[in-house]
Structure formats: C-alpha cells, structure tokens
Design a protein around this ligand. Structure first.
Ligand SMILES: C[S@@+](CC[C@H](N)C(=O)[O-])C[C@H]1O[C@@H](n2cnc3c(N)ncnc32)[C@H](O)[C@@H]1O
Length: 217
C-alpha cells in the first residue's frame, strides 16, 4: 500500500470507536444471496472486520486478510470472535492465507471497497491472486453453488480526485468493471450479476457496483 493510503488507514483505525462505524454490513445481503449456508469465505481487505464478523454471525465460515496492522488490531478489539480468523496480507499478491485450515481453498472470496487503492497495472495480478484462493469446481456443483468472487467497486466523481487521490489522500482509481470482467474471464470466471447502488452518488458523489463472478462449472 502506498504511504498516503497507509497513513489514512492508520489514523482511521485509531479514530474508530464502538459507535463510529455502522454495524450494518452492506455486503452481507449479497453474500447470503450468492452462497449456500455455511460456505467458507475469505474477505480481502477486511478493514475493521465488520463484514467478517457479520458473516460469522450469519453462519458462514468467514476469514479475512488485511494489510494494515492498525486495522487488524482494531478489528480484533471490536470483534474478539475473529481471533485466529484474520491475517496480514496485501494485494496484488496474497500467498495462501489459512491454507492449513482450508487446504482446498474457499467457496468464495469477497473484496469490498479495496481495488480502488490499487494501480490499474496491479489489477490483473490482484484478480488472479483472489481467484487462486477459490476451491476447484466439484462434480456436484451447479452454477449457483460453484465458487464465487464478489467485488464491490466504488466510482468517485472524477472532479473530486486530485492526482488520483481522494480528499483523504488515499490513492483512488476508478477501475472499469468491464475490464475486470474480461480479466476474470481469462481466469475461468463468468459474470453472474452486477448491482448498482447510486443512492450514495446523489449524497456523496460515489457510485457503488457490487459484482458477482462464478468459476465456470
Ligand atoms: C475502504 S476500506 C474497506 C474495508 C472493508 N472491506 C469494508 O468494505 O468495509 C479499504 C481497506 O482496504 C485495505 N487495503 C488497502 N490496500 C489494500 C491492498 N493492496 N490489499 C488489500 N487490502 C488493502 C485498507 O487497509 C482498508 O482496510
């Protein structure tokens, strides 16, 4: 992570209190719709651990990776149940986190509000690294149960970006969802659906896209 982005998350982690972050996971409804109960999930860029904790409470076998040591400490402080379920790792290369617990890989990978902090040139490697965390397709998989990658991607009004930084000094790129789809096609994943949430665009100048990809059975 570049210095400006890392500095922001260090300050943010230290400023978080019990009440300062919404406890509602915007990702959980998408996860519940896309996955079978009890599915194993890796959250990449888990931040404060809110989504991993929500998934765990929802009955998923949830894990997370996060590069910021301060965010990891904050996540464990607010969600002690995540002890042993969080590791430090960073895109575009992830290694094989939790491979001793899930040697065959995860049923799903979630990456919410993270990819905008990567350079466009890092995106193909980052996508490949996430696809590598997914388990293989099994003979009894049908389309709705085959391994899934869920990506949530923000598009910030370009007039609010200065030298590819947002007003908090974080590196910020508006990545093209069609390019993500084309890269993932080369790794054997197909687009299942894409959901736009433009409510935040009106209030905060950000359009959110949540995109579900599946490993082809
Ligand atoms: C906006 S927060 C989103 C946190 C969480 N996924 C969510 O949706 O609430 C972005 C997170 O991505 C992490 N991050 C930044 N660069 C990353 C990278 N290269 N790989 C993985 N995570 C990264 C940050 O440390 C931060 O915790």
């Amino acid at each position: 992570m570049d210095t400006g982005t890392a500095d922001y998350y260090r300050r943010y982690a230290q400023s978080l209190t019990d009440s300062s972050e919404s406890s509602r996971s915007a990702m959980l409804p998408h996860i519940e719709r896309a996955l079978s109960p009890g599915a194993s999930v890796l959250d990449v860029g888990a931040g404060s651990g809110r989504d991993v904790a929500a998934m765990l409470r929802g009955g998923f076998d949830a894990f997370g990776v996060e590069p910021s040591a301060d965010m990891l400490a904050t996540a464990l402080h607010f969600h002690p149940a995540l002890e042993g379920r969080l590791e430090q790792a960073m895109l575009p290369g992830l290694g094989r986190p939790f491979s001793e617990r899930l040697p065959g890989g995860f049923d799903a990978v979630v990456c919410s509000a993270v990819l905008m902090h990567l350079e466009p040139a890092e995106i193909p490697q980052a996508l490949e690294a996430m696809v590598e965390q997914l388990r293989a397709v099994m003979s009894d998989d049908v389309e709705a149960t085959s391994p899934a990658l869920l990506i949530s991607l923000p598009f910030l009004d370009p007039c609010r970006l200065i030298a590819q930084r947002d007003e908090d000094g974080r590196r910020f790129h508006n990545h093209d969802a069609d390019q993500l789809r084309d890269h993932l096609a080369t790794f054997g994943l197909s687009l299942e659906r894409s959901i736009d949430s433009d409510a935040a665009f009106v209030t905060a100048g950000t359009l959110w896209k949540t995109i579900v990809f599946r490993r082809r059975p």
